[in-house]
Write a protein that binds this ligand. Structure first.
Ligand code: SF4
Length: 651
């Protein structure tokens, strides 16, 4: 039975809300397939990025799955985003349900509602969407008429805080996982839906790569720690494995990227040049959970750029990955792309933050064609000592040499990215940032012969994340982070010789504390999320909507009967023997290795990148039956600090 569009009712609300264009759909390369494209067995996916359209539309993960699913003749996929509070209010008053922007179909009518969580601060928006869709908030209250509510994305590597709201979660790469799920659902539907929702979920869990929280029981110790997490059904695996796509060239998505109708955070096309990172930065969850490194070939990248530009009309291409300058053929790639698009309007960008002169060569190459904005480098830690703790192998001299090369090459703006609140950090480590920034400006003035240069210091609060060596660490109190940053700001501003040349950007530490709660929480944290949402919590990733007071108050109330509280989840250091809420989610990393790396961190022992040194047994490759895939032409990667003359490509 076709499902009716809600657009007629929605249209009446559009003149009454901010940015109505975000709700109308019809973007270039979007699609609306027939509801019954493959009859009764059609598997219908609503894909949600739980943030506003302007943030959600450019999300590569959603874009890729949208296309992969729509290419299947027996499936359809549409997109939905979080609606702003003004629209939410009107939708409630006018009984308009959560809708997709493609067919404006009610989300509640789909088979699967798949949400991609890049950040945990989107959890309250998930509850708004479920409620507006008429889907019971708790998975246990749903029946066959409701979609399977599925989570993916990096935050799904610890799905426990939202376990009660989820029917399932997928960890790792989504391309093959959504196809596997579609196969399972098609078969179940074709067989006449035997065993109802319960059997479908059991079939999904039995694949070994789909986590169904209701099939796992969690027992707690009297002191609040977890005693054990164990399956409560036969055939359900003890640990759920992550999905890893090994040959990126076989998955050249998005082939036809979506072009936003309204202003969005990225007005460019993105091509992912490799996945994974083995640099081993100990704070970096993305690097740890996406191992091993898998590169896309130059030919594959070239074709994606060409076809994507033709399909979209974009004038800028971003070459994306976790550390783009680390692609083993990046020099050739940059040169060939710059040659190919020379004299056209196409701009190329490489969002690399690597601290070395080679990075500047690449930026010079890619900006041959266009304007030079700024260069970003990420030393992450202010002092040499703390950089050893986080395994960011960059010396102060490396940094100064690199930025002087940048200023010497005509760049006028340099942005330096740091973190505050790192394990073992002291005020002194953070105050070093001021000294570093002053040295950068002094050197820049010297090499450029100009006082017209700037350096912006941008600082984020550190949040320990699951599946990293810092998963056991105590998160720093937000008051301490704020006090340290205030001292740093004063240290920068008090030196008149440099104060005007150094910009200083930071956010207060409170959102980080809540991100910490949601990142390392267990199932009991679900009560807090629900209480915050019922109290009006929405768009927690936006400073104008975020309320620390609300989270603190709701945490106190929701956890009043438990031996745990906000501080227990955030500022408490864990022991090796503690069962962590995400231990049954298998990222491939060996827990013993992670612990050893945590011990090495405390003593400042560094670990090399396994792309150019022998394997150090993090566990991923043997466990996942995979291997690192770099250097399609057999080239060697460059060591970190090699300095090259401008414009000389790697080779
Ligand atoms: S198992 Fe070895 S080669 Fe594979 S990612 Fe880990 S350290 Fe690198």
């Amino acid at each position: 039975m076709p499902v009716e569009s809600v657009f007629d009712r929605l249209e009446l609300l559009l003149p009454l809300v901010s940015k109505p264009i975000q709700y109308v759909g019809g973007e270039l390369n979007s699609q609306v397939k027939d509801w019954d494209v493959a009859g009764d067995a059609t598997v219908r996916w609503a894909l949600m990025y739980p943030d506003a359209y302007e943030v959600g539309l450019p999300n590569q993960g959603v874009m890729i799955l949208y296309e992969v699913l729509n290419e299947r003749p027996d499936a359809l996929a549409e997109r939905t985003y979080a609606v702003w509070p003004d629209m939410e209010k009107l939708m409630r008053e006018n009984a308009v349900p959560q809708f997709t922007v493609d067919g404006h179909r009610p989300v509640g009518a789909f088979d699967v509602l798949g949400m991609s969580f890049s950040t945990e601060l989107g959890y309250t928006n998930m509850l708004t969407a479920l409620d507006l869709a008429g889907i019971p908030l708790l998975a246990k209250d749903r029946d066959e008429s409701h979609p399977i509510v599925l989570a993916g994305g990096h935050a799904a590597f610890n799905p426990e805080p939202i376990a009660d709201f989820l029917d399932a979660a997928v960890v790792g790469d989504g391309e093959q996982a959504v196809l596997t799920m579609t196969d399972v659902i098609t078969a179940w539907k074709s067989e006449g839906r035997p065993g109802g929702r319960e059997e479908l979920l059991l079939r999904l869990a039995n694949t070994g790569g789909i986590y169904v929280p209701r099939f796992y029981d969690v027992d707690y110790l009297p002191d609040g720690r977890i005693q054990r997490v164990a399956p409560n059904r036969p055939g359900v695996p003890y640990r759920v494995h992550k999905h890893t796509v090994m040959d990126l060239d076989e998955w050249p998505y998005p082939k036809q990227p979506l072009v936003p109708l309204a202003e969005s955070v990225h007005e460019r096309m993105s091509v992912e040049i490799f996945r994974g990172c083995t640099r081993g930065c100990r704070f970096c969850q993305a690097g740890m959970i996406t191992r091993p490194v898998r590169e896309r070939s130059l030919q594959g990248i070239g074709q994606m750029v060409e076809k994507g530009l033709a399909a979209t009309g974009f004038e800028e291409v971003g070459l994306l990955s976790l550390s783009s300058a680390d692609h083993s053929e990046i020099g050739d790639l940059a040169k060939q792309l710059a040659d190919r698009y020379e004299g056209t309007n196409t701009g190329l960008s490489l969002p690399s933050t690597r601290v070395d002169a080679f990075n500047i060569d690449l930026a010079n190459e890619l900006s041959r064609n266009g304007r030079r904005s700024g260069l970003t480098f990420a030393p992450e830690g202010g002092s040499e000592r703390i950089r050893k703790v986080i395994n960011k192998m960059v010396t102060e001299d490396d940094l100064v040499r690199t930025v002087s090369a940048a200023y010497g090459n005509g760049w006028r703006q340099v942005k330096l990215y740091f973190m505050c609140g790192l394990p073992t950090e002291t005020d002194e480590d953070v105050l070093q940032i001021a000294e570093l920034a002053k040295r950068v400006i002094a050197t820049g003035r010297e090499v450029s012969g100009s006082r017209d240069i700037r350096c912006t210091v941008s600082i984020g609060g550190f949040v320990p994340k699951p599946h990293t060596p810092f998963q056991w660490a105590a998160q720093e109190h937000h008051e301490v982070v704020d006090a340290r940053l205030a001292k740093l700001r004063d240290a920068i501003r008090s030196d008149r010789r440099y104060a005007k040349a150094i910009g200083f950007r930071y956010h207060d530490g409170k959102p980080g504390a809540i991100e910490g709660l949601l990142s390392r929480g267990d199932r009991r944290v679900g009560r807090v999320i629900r209480a915050v949402w019922e109290d009006g919590g929405r768009f927690d990733g936006w400073s104008e909507h975020f309320s620390y007071e609300r989270w603190e108050r709701c945490a106190d109330q929701a956890l009043a009967d438990e031996p745990v509280d906000l501080g227990w989840y955030t500022t408490r250091e864990r022991e090796f023997t503690e069962v962590l809420p995400w231990d049954h989610i298998d990222s491939g990393l060996d827990k013993d290795w992670l612990w050893e790396d945590w011990q090495d961190a405390v003593t400042g022992v560094e670990v090399e990148d396994c792309r150019w040194t022998p394997c150090f047994d993090c566990g991923v490759c043997p466990q996942m039956g995979t291997e690192i895939q770099v250097g399609p032409t057999g080239r060697q990667l460059l060591p970190l600090t090699v300095s090259r003359p401008t414009g000389v490509p790697v080779g």
